[in-house]
Design a protein around this ligand. Structure first.
Ligand code: ADP
Length: 566
């Protein structure tokens, strides 16, 4: 019997659809040589429909269509087999009045090509003009980050180099960096990202919503911050049933460090750096082992909120069979699923081949979904549930993030964040959010890890869109000024009056949103704002926001406004 879950609304492509498309996209042998590719420009029905864009100097003069397949958007597609490796490519906008961005080619480890839809290689002149640079902080940067930049044609500049301008910084920006940043630059962390990324702050933010919406927010285990809730925990411990379990964790550490199991008999000290969480004692098991899911979530903007979930990720298994026996409570290989913990176990099995994604102690989501289907579980419904809890977590932290971002409103599109959600599935197939990682590990300990993470980073950078920036003479435009906006007017906006009712900024925001969704490719699904589900989440926001409401109305009115805007 298939186990049924109750959630609706998934925009994700079915696995078979992806496989079908992938097989349509099989490559022939690569052809080297610049002469060939410089004449290749691809036009889509959308760009034709909207006519010439303001960037069309970039897209002229040699237009020639190459058609080798069809993408999900019915656009004409060409693959980059003729383009020399690491040659910068321009992703042209699909709509009018917006900017082109940099196309991120997949590095070879991905064994795949991103379809060149509405994209073209830069000319040598443009390569000089737009000299692409990235600053990747840290002494041991992740290889998947470096290769993704490298394959898109970026040069890495020195961390201490203050003179050369960078397009993207990978690493938390200090105050000076944030202050001096301009609208062409992007950083992979929001100011205030720890509101979600620290276990104690996540609980503070989510518990507020849990009090307000107990049913909707019942996906984070009840938590006691020992700094404030010590007495409350002691009372709960005294009155609990004898086999009740909790888990004690440091508020701001990772990789299973400092984690212990707590029973009714355990002595707990008032330690302000720790929290105690109800233990999910009935996890869903595969072959008798506990596991959790690492789910990658990209937030590209908080105002409006834009959240994407990655279709693949990792499943991390414990390495000793699950038991809640009291004599097993100290056994970390039973209760913790962290890779950092279990890799030390004699039972840990390392993945040796990226094609075998259900091998060893770490699987891909793809293999996990297949296994669930074998077990009679509706994996699609389960992943819809995961999307739901992920989005509710983002909505709960949104007010705190916007507070932290308040001073840098002009950089609304200058930040993005790739969060790693740790999600545990219980035996009733209910997902629980255990924590959210601000800098999820991008280390590649196996071929499978390497492939998933390189795909992921390349997709993140392609989606967020790095604008072209002529650093030698392009004046950086001053931040947009926000006119008086009246949220109460939004329900009255429609296709016939949108030109008079909406400001330039409103149109820019809508165009940006649409363009970004188009760049998400086959691996990210947009969970907010999603035309099918936006409505059901709007009431959860602590404050109704003008931009979110406007997008909701835009979808309601069937998105015709942009065709009226020139
Ligand atoms: P860390 O940041 O150190 O990885 P986590 O909160 O992710 O800390 O916890 C580590 C592991 O402990 C999780 O991957 C999961 O296997 C287990 N765990 C954490 N919290 C719970 C819980 N409330 N119930 C059951 N298992 C948990």
């Amino acid at each position: 019997m298939r186990q049924k879950l109750q959630l609706k609304g998934d925009t994700s492509l079915s696995q078979s659809a992806i496989q079908r498309r992938n097989s349509n996209q099989r490559q022939k042998s690569p052809v080297q040589g610049r002469r060939l590719f410089l004449s290749h420009v691809i036009q889509t029905p959308q760009s034709q429909q909207y006519g010439q864009t303001q960037q069309q100097q970039l897209q002229q003069p040699q237009q020639q269509q190459l058609i080798q397949g069809r993408s999900h958007s019915q656009s004409k597609v060409v693959f980059q087999e003729e383009i020399p490796q690491k040659w910068p490519i321009i992703q042209l906008p699909f709509l009018k009045n917006t900017e082109p961005t940099i196309f991120f080619q997949y590095p070879p480890v991905c064994e795949d090509k991103r379809p060149l839809v509405n994209a073209r290689p830069m000319t040598e002149e443009e390569i000089k003009k737009y000299s692409l640079t990235c600053k990747v902080l840290g002494s041991a940067p992740y290889k998947c980050v470096l290769t993704s930049f490298d394959w898109a044609g970026f040069k890495r500049i020195d961390e201490d180099d203050e003179d050369e301008e960078w397009n993207v910084q990978w690493g938390i920006g200090n105050k000076t960096t944030l202050r001096n940043m301009n609208r062409y630059q992007k950083i992979n962390h929001f100011p205030g990202c720890w509101n979600m990324g620290r276990k104690d702050l996540l609980w503070i933010n989510l518990s507020k919503f849990k009090r307000k919406y107990p049913k909707e927010y019942n996906f984070i285990p009840n938590t006691y911050l020992l700094q404030y809730d010590y007495d409350r925990f002691i009372m709960a411990q005294e009155s609990a049933q004898k086999d009740t379990l909790w888990i004690k964790k440091p508020c701001a550490d990772s990789r299973g460090r400092g984690i212990t199991m707590i029973s009714k008999k355990s002595k707990v000290k008032r330690d302000k750096n720790f929290l105690i969480m109800d233990y999910i004692y009935n996890p869903h098991l595969i072959n008798g082992f506990k596991y959790d899911l690492r789910v990658y979530v990209l937030i590209s903007c908080f105002d409006p909120l834009r959240v994407y979930m990655y279709k693949d990720g990792l499943v991390r298994f414990a390495t000793q069979k699950y038991s809640t026996n009291s004599k097993d409570l100290t056994k970390r290989y039973i209760h913790l699923t962290n890779f950092a913990v279990n890799k030390l176990s004699p039972n840990f099995v390392k993945n040796q081949n990226s094609q075998k994604d259900d091998e060893g102690s770490k699987w891909s989501h793809h293999a996990y979904r297949k296994k669930l289907e074998e077990l009679g579980v509706d994996s699609r419904e389960l992943f819809n549930r995961i999307k739901d809890v992920v989005l509710k977590t983002c909505i709960a932290t949104e007010p705190f993030m916007l507070d932290s971002n308040a001073k840098s409103q002009e950089h609304r599109n200058g930040y993005f964040e790739l969060y790693g959600f740790d999600v545990l599935i219980d035996e009733n197939l209910k997902p629980w959010v255990l924590e959210v990682n601000v800098s999820p590990s991008l280390n590649s300990s196996s071929p499978l890890d390497k492939k998933i993470k390189t795909f992921l980073i390349s997709d993140v950078l392609h989606l967020v869109g790095v604008p072209l920036w002529d650093k030698s003479n392009q004046k950086v435009a001053s931040p947009p000024k926000y006119n008086q906006r009246n949220i109460k007017e939004i329900p009255n906006i429609n296709t016939s009056n949108c030109l008079s009712k909406l400001s330039q900024n409103d149109f820019n925001m809508l165009i940006h949103t649409v363009e970004e969704v188009k760049r998400r490719g086959k691996n990210f699904s947009c969970i907010f704002p999603n035309p099918k589900t936006i409505h059901q989440y709007m009431d959860l926001f602590e404050f109704p926001r003008y931009n979110n409401k406007l997008i909701e109305r835009f979808y309601q009115d069937r998105c015709n406004w942009l065709s009226r805007y020139n």
